[in-house]
Design a protein around this ligand. Structure first.
Ligand code: FAD
Length: 544
């Protein structure tokens, strides 16, 4: 192991030991590359290690939210519920690490702070916080799209005399809220999962909402043995469908359009989708939901009517109805009794659009209307998504080019995998790739496979340096924007756009062309000798 100040050399250094880092490390070892993963946490699992709040679960069915790359792994693991809980998913991540003996090549408690490309040697110098240097040909970000919590920027935050909790950094032993007055800031996916659980203990619970979300019922349940056997029997076909789908799970939007059918038929179709308890189901009902405003409004109104039917107080129901952005343009949330929670007499909703928060006080939270007193505050305020962890490292490419500067007006990538000016650097689920638009396990697997193939091909052909060409990058950025602009997605002030972080440029970050079509593009690029990439052999490099 490299000690402090010492340098150790590898073919590839992977940053992160969440699902992406674990899979990348395993793949590189299988392919015969010397490699190491550097992880700031003290264990594997990434997202599922940090987000331990009560109620945390996957929003993609457990069978799909799992690796397919090893058939024994996918047939031996037994998921207990349709949507697995955080502890179960973390156990799975640990199982993956143990099963493939990955821990011996992971350095835990190790934060990468800097990575410099040495033009003369065409190698990366990776420096960690403790001053250790790693010398590597390939540098691979597997740092996650949702791994950097957004800093809480509410005035007086540190003056609160009660207890403060963050959904992204929950105490390991859990929290007992019995008899406490609890405030929750945020109504995104984490808040929607945790509110119905916290209220079981809390004396009073007050939810502070700025933007109402669309949530559909998870209809979670145990996985029966017969269901598991049926899944195992059809797993290969099922995984193929997922790989080539839009959202990384089997299924595609119906070809029909919204107003082709009668209002009654539409209602029946929406109801059927609602009853499936699956995140993409409503979006699949008609082909025009994400492109046509009226079609989107029709399905959005269906969800609002569901909320109005569940929530007894009409004013609370109306406040919970999402109206400020089209359905599906932010990831839809899956809920278990979220809306029902607001029928409890000890649950209150504060509409921050009417009375914004002025600050946190020693006693609680002050809005423009009044002060609310609490014993505990839960912050579920989201992430500096997609780029936060990447620019969290000071990355210097060719000629000392700074990635933070290059991305000052928003991320620019080729295929969401590489960046021009940063040779031999790869990003798993980087901006400009489908990533957060789909089942991320499917997105991670596609990127890991592509990157592994690319490195293997480079080694076979004696290519020492591979780098996205500026034109290819420009074309890809234009394509990502063009596809987004043809839809309703850019209408939402969402973290996809970076809009939740003050000062972050407003650029549509994920590629919404769908995982299957995106896979085809990546495969075609590779099949055409890595079209759009400048490639230099060791000999050319020496004579240059
Ligand atoms: C609460 C929550 C629920 C989610 N649920 C779902 C879901 O149901 N379905 C779905 O598809 N997706 C979901 N996601 C998205 C989820 O992030 C991905 O599914 C997946 O876990 C990402 O894996 P990853 O390895 O890419 O990133 P992560 O799991 O985020 O791992 C990245 C790792 O990199 C480490 N790291 C970052 N920077 C550095 C550095 N500078 N030096 C060293 N280490 C570093 C981090 O500590 C972390 O361990 C969810 C996300 C959250 C936050």
């Amino acid at each position: 192991m490299a000690g402090k100040g010492a340098t150790q050399s590898f073919d590839a250094v992977v940053i992160g030991a969440g699902f992406a880092g674990l899979h990348m490390l395993h793949r590189l070892r299988q392919l015969g590359f010397s490699t190491v993963a550097l992880e700031v946490a003290d264990g594997v699992g990434g997202t599922w290690r940090h987000n331990r709040y009560p109620g945390a679960r996957c929003d993609i069915q457990s069978f799909d939210y799992s690796f397919s790359f090893d058939d024994e792994l996918q047939t031996e693991w037994v998921w207990s519920e349709k949507y697995a809980t955080q502890p179960e998913i973390l156990r799975y991540a640990n199982h993956v690490a143990d099963r493939f003996d990955l821990r011996r090549d992971i350095r835990f408690n190790t934060r990468v702070k800097m990575a410099r490309f040495d033009d003369a040697r065409s190698r990366w110098d990776v420096e960690t916080e403790d001053g250790t240097h790693y010398d590597t040909q390939f540098y691979i970000f597997a740092t996650g799209c949702l791994s950097v919590p957004k800093a809480v920027d509410i005035e007086g935050y540190e003056t609160f005399e009660g207890r403060s909790y963050h959904s992204t950094d929950w105490p390991e032993g859990g929290v007992d809220f019995t008899g406490l007055r609890v405030g929750v800031i945020g109504t995104g996916s984490s808040a929607i999962q945790t509110i119905p659980i916290v209220v079981e203990q809390a004396k009073e619970l007050t939810v502070f909402q700025r933007t109402a979300a669309y949530a559909v019922p998870a209809l979670n349940r145990p996985v029966e043995a017969a269901e598991r056997e049926a899944w195992i029997a059809k797993r290969h076909a099922h995984r193929d469908l997922a790989r080539n789908s839009l959202f990384g799970v089997p299924g595609a939007p119906m070809e029909r359009t919204t107003f082709e059918v009668s209002a009654e038929e539409r209602q029946r179709i929406y109801e059927e989708a609602w009853e499936r308890g699956e995140l993409p189901a409503l979006m699949m009902t008609f082909s025009d939901i994400l492109a046509d405003e009226a079609a989107n409004e029709a399905v959005a109104e269906f969800v609002r009517n569901k909320i109005r039917a569940i929530v007894k107080d009409p004013e609370t129901a109306e406040t919970l109805c999402p109206k400020s952005f089209p359905l599906g343009t932010k990831r839809i949330c899956l809920d278990t009794n979220y809306y029902q929670t607001f029928n409890k007499p000890n649950v209150h909703l504060v509409d921050l659009r009417k009375s914004p928060i002025e600050g946190v006080t020693p006693k609680g939270i002050k809005t423009t209307d009044r002060e609310y007193e609490f014993d505990a505050i839960i912050y579920a305020t989201g992430f500096d998504a997609m780029t936060g962890a990447i620019v969290g490292v000071d990355v210097r490419g060719r000629g000392g080019l700074e990635l933070r500067k290059k991305w000052a007006d928003g991320p620019r990538t080729y295929l969401g995998l590489t960046v021009s000016g940063f040779p031999n650097l790869f990003m798993i689920t980087g901006p400009g790739s489908p990533s957060v638009m789909c089942n991320m396990m499917s997105a991670i697997e596609q990127h890991v496979e592509w990157t592994g193939d690319c490195l293997t091909d480079a080694r076979k052909r004696g290519v020492a340096v591979i780098e996205a060409m500026p034109d290819a990058e420009t074309e890809w950025v234009a394509h990502v924007n063009e596809v987004a602009d043809a839809t309703l997605f850019p209408r939402a002030n969402s973290w996809y756009m970076g809009s939740n972080v003050p000062g972050k440029p407003r650029v549509y970050m994920p590629y919404i062309g769908g995982l299957g079509p995106y896979r085809e593009i990546c495969t075609e690029v590779a099949g055409n000798g890595y079209r759009g990439f400048a490639q230099q052999s060791a000999r050319e490099k020496a004579s240059a």
